[in-house]
Every structure is written in C-alpha cells, then in structure tokens.
Design a protein around this ligand. Structure first.
Ligand code: UDP
Length: 465
C-alpha cells in the first residue's frame, strides 16, 4: 500500500515552535509509516539550521525538506511585536506554500493533510482552496488552547487592556488567572499583536484537528473542556522532546554533576530568549549564594537600556568574588546548556525556570520540581497553572517591573530544596513523571492520541486542483 503523504510547515521563528513539530514529524514517519514533506523557511534563523534538521535530512526516514524562497518582513509599525511579524511573514509565505502543495498534488503521491503552527492560521485559506484537511500544532499547553478557544468571547466582554485590569479572569478549564498574567501580546489592546492573536484564536475552529504538545494526565481540567463536542478534535500528543543537544562542551558540566550528591543541584535556566539586566544577574547570583544550595546556572549577556550585550567572559557578568566564593557548589555556563541531559541527571533536584512550555515538559518528564520565574509570552499563565493547579512549582514574588530581589531568590530556593512546599511539589512531580512515561507506552494516552491523529492525517485523499 502507498504511504500517506503529509506536508508540514513548522514556524521557524523560535526553536520552541520548530523542534517539537519536527520531532512529531519524525514519530509519524518512524511509527506510522508516513512520507513527509517538511516545508521550511530560514526566516529569523540567525545562524545555521538546527542540528535536528540536519539529522532528519541525513536519516533514513522518508522526509523531504523543501525550502521556500527567502522572505523579509519590514518593521513598518511602531513597537512591532514578534506575533505581528510572524503573522505578516505567514501572509507572505502563503503563495509559496500553495506552490509546494500544488506541486505535490501533481506528484504520484498527493498530500493527505497539512500541519502547521497555530500562529499560521492564515494558511487555512490555502488549504481550504486546495481542499486539504489542515491541523494546527500547538507547542504549548492544553490550557493555552482553552484560552484561545474562549478568547473571542473574553475580549468581547472585557473591553479594557488586560495590563490595566486589576482582576482575575475566568477561563473554562483553568484556575483563575490574573488578567496581567495572560499572554504578553494580549496585554495591550492598542498594539497590533493583540489583534493578531485574537484573529488566530478565532480561526482555531476551522482546523480539522488540534495537536497539542501535552499529555492528558498533566492537564486533566483543561482536557475535560477540550473534550466537549463544541471544540475541534484535540490530540494531546506530547511530551515531544528533542533529547539530542546542540550544546558545545557539555561534558564539563555533566562531569561536574556526576560529582554532586543525588537531587542536590538546582538547575537555573531561562530558555532561549531571556536576557536580564545587570542588576538582575547580580541579585540572582547573590540570592543563589545565600541559599547555600548547589546550582548549575546557564547565563547569557545582559541588557543595558534597549540593547543587549552578549558577554563572552562569565566573570564579567557575575558579582565580584562570586565564583571564588561558590566554586565548591556552583557551576556557571555561558549561553547554552544540554538542558534535557541536566534535567535527567540524578544530581538535579530542582529547576529555577522561566516556565517555557518545553522546559516545563522536560522538567515534568524527569520529575524535577520547579520555581516559576516567568518572563514573557504565555509563561506567566504557565506559572499560575503550575503553582495553583498542577502544584509542581514554587511561586516567586516579583516586583511590578518583573524584578526579583535577592532575598526572594534565596527564600524560594530554600523552600524548593528543603521546605515543605518543595517536598510536596517533588512528590507531585514524581507522580507526573510516571504518568508521562505510561502515556508514552503502548496503550498510553499519548500513544492512543498519536495513533488516532495518524489515522485522521493519513485518511483523506488527494488535493483537488
Ligand atoms: N534549552 C537548552 N539549553 C539552554 C536553554 C534552553 O537546551 O541553555 C532548550 C530547552 O531544553 C527547551 C528549549 O530550549 O527545549 C526552550 O524552550 P522553552 O519552550 O522552554 O522556552 P523558549 O526558549 O521558547 O522561551
């Protein structure tokens, strides 16, 4: 029998969107016999393509990589946010994607379905025209999907900018969320990012299905809401994680971890985009030092005014004497760490994290309790869910500017590593780690959701040109 042929267009802006969908493509080929055309754009790739792409290209899997012509997006409005740039990029990408799909339709193996990122909903116009079933991929939580499905109603009821609202918002499936903790692009109604996010949210229902990088047992409340007939078919197909690392010189930090006692080290990392002010780095350092706990900290440059400086000398970033005072219990790494390998290491006992969804899934999958230090995007909302609903993270008090004081860092680290709340969060995480493992086994919820998504994705016949 001929293999079903799928086209996938992951969003290249942000590896957190690209990598899990590429990983899903790999699973569909390996375990469900798909042939895949992976459509890519180099837009916003500052350096070489991610190693995962090279591995896919040179693997024995039936994945063809097709690159669309280069696209530029002008910054033609004041304070233009990434959500606006992405949405404008997608409009420009439309004809190129259509061309790839048309070419495939003329091939001996026409496309049965199309998957794209949830910020690319305007591509649904192309696939509707070509009569190809389209699925949206959400590299975030099921809770975020609950918010997106509820958003058109929410913004018709609440007319003020969330940043000016001093109240909690009720969203089915979620705990009460302070309005200021909703997505960053939704905070200011006058910015076009707000309109774009609402626009994408309003198109969710047009998708044939929504694939979410989560597992059912992690977000039971949200999944109950998403299971109702009013929503598109939902497939919780996670955790999708890339286990191979792109980090250089990872051996030193892993060797250092090998020498530490079990569950004794706090891993401190804030994803791929975070850059702190110099003062914040100093307060974080002093708070870590005062906690008396072991730590492994990935540090980047610092922000000064509107510009960021990527420092190449760690000692220039840290408070004076910090390294000599903490040499016996701290390890500081520049730029990038082999995060999954660190979280899976038996010496790691906690994770001070920005609550990015990939980091959250990686922490859950390895049973590591967290301290939530959210920065942007949907991270504040993730933190509320992790602290209040799933109860696997310790809260951290931030000033209205987002600044976290050294005393608060010290308190939260102590609470996580030696306090009662930390103990409970650890217990809950270990339970979830086991549930994640079961979800991924034959008969588990993720495996079933993937099989049912695969059946839908492979089912429909060819393009109708
Ligand atoms: N990551 C890593 N090393 C680092 C920082 C991040 O390997 O030093 C990986 C991390 O494992 C995760 C991804 O980068 O898979 C970050 O994704 P997340 O959604 O947590 O945050 P984002 O970078 O999108 O803010």
């Amino acid at each position: 029998m001929e293999k079903p042929h799928l086209a996938i267009f992951p969003l290249s802006a942000g590896m957190g969107h690209f990598l899990p969908l590429a990983e899903f493509a790999k699973r569909l080929c390996e375990f469900h016999g798909f042939s895949i055309t992976l459509i890519i754009s180099r837009w916003l790739w500052t350096s070489r393509p991610p190693a995962l792409l090279e591995r896919l290209a040179s693997s024995a899997l039936d994945i063809r990589i097709t690159e669309i012509p280069h696209i530029t997006v002008d910054e033609d409005e004041p304070d233009m946010k990434i959500e606006t740039s992405v949405s404008k990029f997608v409009l420009k990408a439309e004809p190129h994607i259509e061309e790839v799909l048309l070419q495939s339709s003329r091939s001996s193996s026409p496309i049965s379905a199309f998957i794209t990122d949830f910020f690319c909903t305007d591509l649904l116009d192309v696939t509707a025209k070509l009569k190809v079933p389209s699925y949206l991929f959400v590299p975030a939580s099921a809770s975020l999907v609950c918010l997106m499905l509820h958003l058109p109603k929410l913004v018709s009821e609440i007319k003020v900018s969330f940043k000016d609202a001093d109240f909690d918002v009720e969203i089915p499936g979620l705990p009460l969320i302070p309005a200021r903790d909703l997505l960053t692009p939704l905070q200011d109604r006058s910015n076009s990012a707000f309109k774009w996010v609402v626009h994408h949210a309003s198109r969710f229902k047009e998708a044939s299905g929504i694939l979410i990088n989560t597992f059912a047992e992690l977000e039971e409340e949200a999944m109950k809401i998403l299971g109702t007939p009013a929503t598109p078919t939902i497939y919780p197909i996670g955790p999708l994680m890339v286990t191979e690392s792109d980090a250089h010189d990872e051996s030193r930090c892993l060797k250092w971890l090998d020498e530490q006692p079990p569950s004794s080290v706090l891993f401190v990392a804030f994803g791929s985009g975070a850059i702190f002010s110099r003062q914040q780095i100093i307060d974080l350092a002093i708070g870590l030092e005062a906690s008396g706990h072991r730590f492994l900290w990935v540090i980047r440059g610092y922000k000064s005014g509107d510009s960021s400086s990527l420092e190449t000398d760690i000692s220039q970033l840290l408070p004076e004497g910090f390294q000599s005072r903490t040499w016996d219990r701290g390890f500081v790494l520049l730029n990038w760490a082999p995060q999954v390998r660190i979280l899976s290491h038996p010496s790691t006992g906690g994770f001070l994290s920005h609550c990015g969804w990939n980091s959250t899934l990686e922490s859950v999958s390895h049973g590591v309790p967290m301290i939530g230090w959210p920065l942007f995007a949907e991270q504040r909302m993730n933190k509320v869910i992790l602290v209040k609903q799933i109860q696997v993270a310790i809260d951290l008090k931030m000033e209205s500017t987002g600044f976290v004081r050294r005393e608060e860092v010290e308190r939260a680290v102590r609470e996580l590593m030696e306090g009662e709340e930390g103990r409970k969060a650890r217990e809950k995480m270990i339970e979830l780690k086991d549930k994640a493992k079961i979800a991924m086994m034959v008969g588990g919820s993720t495996m079933k959701a993937t099989a049912s998504a695969a059946a839908g994705l492979g089912h429909r016949p060819s393009l109708n040109t």
